[in-house]
Design a protein around this ligand. Structure first.
Ligand code: GUN
Length: 295
């Protein structure tokens, strides 16, 4: 059996078309143009490529979008002042500071400085707290994208054994939380594995849905999953370059071997990545509507 490939590209395309229509209506009926600023500190190649993709998508959807590049040696104080400027800019509804930040900057301080109303990444503790208790808020983009993929690919989550590999604040912790909530894409029984988990394969073999955000290439092999599993691979690992200098990417799971056992699997690239960007756009449209008093 070869797995169904859950294409993030295709699902993201559908949602982007829905958003494009919504942006046009907001503009035509209410004179509202969603505004997004992406702040990039330094020149980390992965971050540059993520931020470029976010900006390209914002342009395609008709947003007012600003790419604000700052040097690696910007001080924490200067960065906090910049965030304050955008907090007070009425044309900007969403502020994203690309992570990771250089070591001399306290990441928490920066994330806490973003107004929760403009926190389209869903990283501010106010939004994290609301997410945990199931109140409406900006959901973090990657977990939100995973939920949307599972729902649109008709994967039954209610009662499912979900195993999450990775406990980051950006993916592991929030996706585990969202999948146990009483809502579409939730109602699962959730286990979180991490670097101190004693017997990883014991847990991953039990999974009906396996979500892997370990940050290391091919850590999940075919012998670690059961037949019929649904695999969501969040990893993006740069494992080399083509002769033309293009990055060669692979996920956190051994795609070629696991696709012969799984019922469904997301590819890398073209899986979770496009969904993350799309949910950022969705959150920004939501922020613009809230700012305009339309929701
Ligand atoms: N770095 C890796 N993923 C993300 C993300 O979703 N948001 C931000 N701001 N930085 C990231």
């Amino acid at each position: 059996m070869s797995a169904k490939i859950i294409s993030g590209v295709e699902i993201a395309k559908q949602i982007r078309q829905e958003l494009k229509d919504e942006v046009k209506e907001l503009k035509d009926k209410h004179g509202v143009v969603p505004g997004l600023v992406t702040i990039l500190v330094g020149e980390n190649p992965a971050s540059v490529s993520y931020v470029t993709a976010k900006q390209r998508t914002a342009h395609e959807l008709g947003f007012h979008s600003i790419q604000d590049d700052q040097p690696e040696d910007i001080s924490e104080d200067e960065l906090l002042k910049l965030i304050d400027k955008y907090n007070n800019d009425e044309s900007i509804h969403g502020i994203l500071v690309q992570l990771p930040l250089p070591k001399h900057i306290d990441e928490s301080k920066v994330l806490y400085a973003i107004s929760p109303d403009k926190d389209v990444d869903g990283f501010h503790p106010v939004n994290v707290g609301k997410m945990v208790i199931g109140e409406p808020c900006f959901l973090p983009c990657t977990p939100h994208g995973i939920l949307e993929m599972l729902i649109r690919a008709d994967v039954e989550t209610s009662g499912a054994e979900v195993v999450v590999v990775g406990r980051s604040n950006i993916v592991g912790k929030p996706i585990a939380n969202l999948m146990l909530q009483k809502r579409p894409g939730g109602n699962a029984t959730v286990t979180i594995c991490h670097t101190r988990t004693r017997d990883m394969a014991f847990h991953t073999k039990r999974a009906d849905i396996l979500i892997v955000a370990a940050g290391r290439p091919k850590v999940i092999t075919a012998d670690m999953v059961k037949d019929g599993v649904v695999v969501i691979d969040v990893g993006v690992n740069r494992i080399g370059k083509t002769p033309e200098g293009k990055a060669i990417l692979c996920g956190d799971v051994d795609f070629d071997a696991i696709k012969e056992k799984a019922a469904a699997i997301t590819p890398v690239p073209g899986g979770v990545g496009p969904m993350t960007i799309t949910m950022l756009m969705k959150n920004t449209v939501q922020a613009a509507k809230q700012f305009a008093g339309l929701v």
